[in-house]
Design a protein around this ligand. Sequence first.
Ligand SMILES: [Zn+2]
Length: 232
Amino acid sequence: MPDRRLLAVFAHPDDVDFGAAGSIAGWVDEGWDVRYVCVTRGQKGAWDAHMDETEYGALRESEQRAAAKVVGVTDVTFLDWMDSEVFDSLDLRRALSREFRRHRPHRLLTMSPDPLPTDRFVNHPDHRAVGQCALDITMTGGTTASIFPELLAEGLEPWRELEETWLMGPAVKPRAVDVTATLDRKLEALHCHASQIGDRDIDTFVRQRLRDAGRAFGLQYAETFRVIGYRR
Ligand SMILES: [Zn+2]
């Protein structure tokens, strides 16, 4: 496959593995050059309020790097936002525009900005902010020279060859990817996030969820996405 780049933008270590690691493993197998941008280090992901945030963030960064390697991704960038303090802001738009122009993706993968994707829980505010901002810069700072001219000074031209944005999230969505062949790698990637999983039986839960998602599409196991295609 000629140079095909996919940029995944997400809020916390483990988001991309819950949402899309099976699909990513398959895309890497197909020849996609996949890069990750993680906006926080999940510094607040511990229940223990006494945990040192910097130390915990470093642990979670190393877990995400290991999980990425399992599915064949080695280019992982961490931005320096604090967990649970991510808002749609000019700073975030500039930072994501910078990454978008730097990685020049043909396919962008990010988080659903929907506040209530299912009736079971509220979508984390960091997920919403990152998803919203990543979508928005495809219409603004990522693609338009007059927005963030300081990026031009960094040598980063607008990138206009994005073809699709894929949104991941907990609800079943219209586009299914068959992950039957890559499920084991997804589970292995998830197990890299030991600080989040502990001794929970994550395999049963994940298999069940992917089986439920696949049923409607006649697949054994599926990850599902909403796909926005840009008119060329
Ligand atoms: Zn998250």
